[in-house]
Design a protein around this ligand. Structure first.
Ligand code: PGA
Length: 263
């Protein structure tokens, strides 16, 4: 099964519009003339989406900037109305957002997002034809208590509840062990591969083998230029969701290069 790897920069609460401009200009100058056998996605904070859309539009016009796709880091589960501080999927559409990161462990643990809320957001994203990057992953305590598989099973089953096969086919999964996020501790390639294989088997249970073979599952958690190649060589790992190491254009590019081949 040929699945195109997808490398997504999750900037979290970093880079307003001017830093976004610096990053994108530098990144585009480094990749000029090259194409990769992978998809490249950048998820800036909401307030930088307009700048990003603008820069990519201009760059595409003048130098055929190979497609960087835009992602949001969150969306509301509601359409509009009295939800102070929230951003709807239709608003995101206006900024040409292709993807939205949902279910990130920081949203789960700091903002109390439950599987049911994440499920509602996934559906809302699909209604607007935005592709979810749906994050799942266990804490260290859960792993040590032998609960890895039951945690992943609940997150996957509840998060994807009533999502059609068509909508799932437009979704990317991201396995991110919570203990590896921002800690510098990466899962070994065996640990990551085992978890990815298990997640793919869950998708097969829910949606059948064909769909499971096609869905892309990113790994996330302290991915760096020096561990990308080994992780990406695992058969069930289809790209990476990258936080800290995607804040510098060169380091993000090195991860993409080391984890994929030039076209
Ligand atoms: P990290 O973050 O690469 O800094 O560990 C990954 C993520 O939170 O998506």
């Amino acid at each position: 099964m040929n699945r195109k790897p997808i490398f997504a920069a999750n900037w979290k609460m970093n880079k307003g519009p001017s830093e976004t401009e610096d990053f994108i200009k530098s990144f585009l100058s480094k990749v000029q003339g090259q194409t990769f056998n992978s998809e490249i996605v950048v998820a800036p904070p909401f307030v930088s989406l307009a700048k990003l859309a603008d820069l990519l539009h201009t760059a595409t016009a003048v130098q055929n900037a190979h497609a960087i796709q835009t992602a949001a880091q969150n969306c509301s589960q509601f359409d509009s109305g009295a939800y102070t501080g929230e951003i709807s999927v239709l608003m995101l559409r206006e900024f040409f957002v292709h993807y939205v990161i949902l279910g990130h462990s920081e949203r789960r643990s700091i903002y109390g997002e439950t599987d049911a809320i994440i499920n509602a957001k996934l559906k809302k994203a699909r209604e607007a034809n935005i592709r979810p990057i749906f994050c799942i992953g266990e804490t260290l305590a859960e792993r040590e208590a032998g609960k890895l598989e039951s945690v992943l099973r609940t997150q996957v089953t509840e998060g994807l509840r009533d999502l059609s096969e068509k909508d799932l086919s437009e979704t990317v999964l991201a396995y991110e062990p919570v203990w590896a996020i921002g800690t510098g501790v990466t899962a070994t390639s065996e640990q990551a591969q085992d978890a990815h294989q298990f997640v793919r088997s869950l998708i097969a249970e829910l949606y059948g083998q064909d769909t499971a073979a096609k869905i892309r599952i990113q790994y996330g958690g302290s991915v760096k230029p020096n561990n990308a190649a080994e992780l990406m060589a695992c058969p069930d790992i289809d790209g990476a969701l990258i936080g800290g190491a995607a804040l510098e254009p060169q380091s993000f590019l090195d991860i993409i290069r080391n984890g994929t081949q030039e076209a």
